[in-house]
Ligand binder design. Structure first.
Ligand SMILES: [Zn+2]
Length: 254
């Protein structure tokens, strides 16, 4: 794990990249910002979490780090030990956690503990959409006051640019950097169900409403039809091994 703390004092803000080693956009964004050697007006801790997985170009070494919390300093897997170390590094901090997906090209924010503080963090990302993922328990943002951002398609330049934009905006709104930034006025979605199964082709579009009876996935001769209206989120043909993605409702403005 690579940790770099900037500014004076004890950080109350942490930026985490590469919980998943095959999602390099957050690392690139952090490196671009730090390369400019800017004057930080608040201390910030930057963390490249799973460096070993980054080197191997894999999501994880032994198990999914974002499903390994709270972890154990003497745990039997690389990610179990890393999870414990990461939690101690972000203790007491508001967290921005940068990811990328196979599902959607534009940044969207994920919040697990919805409260005034995490709402502020979500607005600070500048993302147009925020998803309440409390239905999916266990990630880093479930362990701290934090927001995760899915920055775009994994491994693309666009995801890197999005991650950089999100990071600069976040640091600006949170008062860590004197830079052009603006709080967003995002739309809130809430995940209420998972679509399980493997080998499905997703034929809808994320954040585009699927009506009752509409076909949204197919496999061989079989199709999946909506039993009630929903918005697909993190839904993709090849994003996960055993699920297609999630179903959400649209709540309104955050
Ligand atoms: Zn990820």
């Amino acid at each position: 794990m690579r940790v770099e703390t900037v500014g004076d004092g004890t950080p109350e803000l942490a930026v985490v990249a590469c919980l998943h080693g095959n999602e390099p956009c957050g690392k690139t964004a952090i490196e671009r910002v730090l390369a400019e050697n800017p004057a930080f007006e608040r201390p910030v801790r930057f963390i490249i979490a799973n460096e070993e997985a980054v080197k191997e170009h894999v999501r994880s070494i032994d198990e999914d780090l974002n499903r390994s919390f709270p972890g154990d300093p003497d745990g039997s897997t690389h990610e179990s030990r890393l999870a414990a170390e990461l939690l101690s590094q972000v203790h007491g901090c508001d967290v921005l956690d940068l990811h990328s997906t196979r599902s959607h090209p534009e940044p969207f924010a994920l919040v697990s503990r919805l409260n005034e503080r995490t709402k502020r963090l979500a607005r600070a990302t500048g993302a147009a959409r925020v998803v309440d993922v409390s239905y999916i328990a266990g990630g880093l943002i479930d362990q701290s006051n934090g927001v995760a951002v899915e920055c775009g398609f994994r491994g693309t330049r666009r995801a890197e640019r999005n991650a950089e934009r999100v990071l600069r905006n976040f640091l600006g709104v949170m008062g860590a950097l004197d830079t052009l930034s603006e709080e967003g006025d995002p739309e809130l979605y809430r995940i209420f169900d998972v679509v399980e199964g493997s080998g499905y082709e997703f034929i809808g579009e994320n954040f585009v409403r699927v009506e009752t009876g509409e076909t949204f996935a197919r496999r061989d001769g079989e199709v999946l039809r909506a039993e009630r209206p929903f918005y697909p989120i993190l839904m993709s043909t090849d994003g996960y091994e055993d699920i297609l993605g999630f179903q959400a409702e649209r709540v309104g403005k955050l």
